[in-house]
Design a protein around this ligand. Structure first.
Ligand SMILES: [Zn+2]
Length: 344
């Protein structure tokens, strides 16, 4: 086109404007395409959290989550206390609740505390994938210490009726094992609870058949600084474990706490699945007092993932302080003077 000179005053300006417009469109288009290029994550990435306790390496493996209906499921708390506690924690009911298992590498042996729900519940069963994401295989696990035999803690022991952990021995408190494996106890249970007994028998049977199942009494000392603390609140033989390493203790409290947002400030609050609520209350208070007064770490099967942290006294109850993330998983230290009854 050579006729452009007919409009000498306006033509260069028009060209400049159109160039600006083209540039703007290109930028907008690039930005738009850039955003669309990254697909939405449909499944949560691996939920694995690692820290050190002395020479021991502890890896939290999330198994998924399940809802707790705070109003219906929780007992020994007034509706007002439940409301206030949830509001203070920015939660509404039902509360999505983590299911965590804990892998301990002593340097010589690989120990797993609880085995997750496996295929029993659609929203559980992520433990194996997270174990692999943490760099381990089920074959490497040497021992599995069970806190109690509810399905969400033992369902993951087997897959299609076969042992998922072929080299592991499963340890369960004798009282707990006898209760859940006894057909007479099942017959005595309410009809809607009988499935729990059938599940327990089915998931333990392959380990019993392979002679990879052992029961123990009370406060048993195991390997690598791991020890059992017997209880009978949540279930007849509910067991907490303590890992002592490098001058620090980790209390693996199992199901002593289900809804931390309520049960730290109101430790008297129980859940309707508790076998002996008064004993569950006492066990929980003992653990929380111990943790608060001696700067022990607490690891909860149902505390929000990774569910590990310190505890301090707060009013009539307690407050939970999650362990800070460290990309290098440095050993955790205690302040020389643990804060008692103080708020920062
Ligand atoms: Zn339970």
């Amino acid at each position: 086109m050579r006729g452009g000179h007919r409009f000498p005053p306006s033509r260069p300006r028009a060209r400049k404007d159109s160039m600006r417009l083209a540039l703007l469109l290109t930028l907008l288009l690039t930005a738009h395409l850039g955003r669309a290029a990254a697909p939405l994550g449909q499944v949560a990435p691996p939920a694995v959290f690692r820290f050190h306790l002395g020479t021991a390496e502890v890896t939290v493996l999330n198994d998924g989550s399940m809802p707790i209906a705070a109003g219906d499921d929780m007992r020994h708390a007034t509706p007002q206390q439940v409301r206030q506690a949830l509001t203070a924690a920015f939660l509404t009911s039902p509360v999505e609740t983590s299911h965590n298992a804990f892998l301990i590498n002593t340097g010589a042996r690989l120990l797993l505390v609880d085995a997750g729900g496996g295929d029993l519940v659609p929203t559980l069963g992520r433990l194996e994938a997270n174990l692999r994401a943490a760099g381990h295989t089920p074959e490497q696990v040497d021992a599995i210490y069970i806190t109690h035999m509810h399905g969400d803690h033992i369902g993951g022991l087997t897959q299609q009726g076969r042992r998922l952990y072929p080299n592991a021995t499963v340890f369960v408190n004798r009282r707990e094992a006898e209760h859940w494996l006894d057909p007479a106890e099942e017959a005595r249970a309410a009809p809607q609870r009988r499935e729990l007994y059938q599940t327990a028998r089915a998931r333990l049977a392959p380990y019993q058949a392979a002679r990879k199942f052992q029961t123990f009494e009370g406060d048993m000392a195991f390997e690598g600084g791991l020890r059992a603390i017997a209880g009978h609140g949540h279930t007849p033989g509910h067991t907490a474990y303590v890992l002592q390493a490098g001058g620090k203790r980790l209390l693996l409290i199992g199901d002593q706490i289900h809804l931390g947002a309520l049960q730290f400030p109101y430790p008297q609050a129980t859940i309707r699945y508790d076998y002996v609520p008064a004993a569950a209350q006492a066990e929980r208070r003992r653990s929380l007092e111990d943790a608060a007064d001696h700067c022990a770490l607490v690891a909860g099967a149902h505390l929000p993932f990774p569910g590990v942290g310190h505890v301090r006294r707060a009013g009539q109850g307690f407050a939970f302080v999650p362990l800070a993330y460290s990309p290098t998983g440095q050993p955790v230290a205690c302040p020389t003077a643990a804060p008692a009854g103080t708020s920062p």
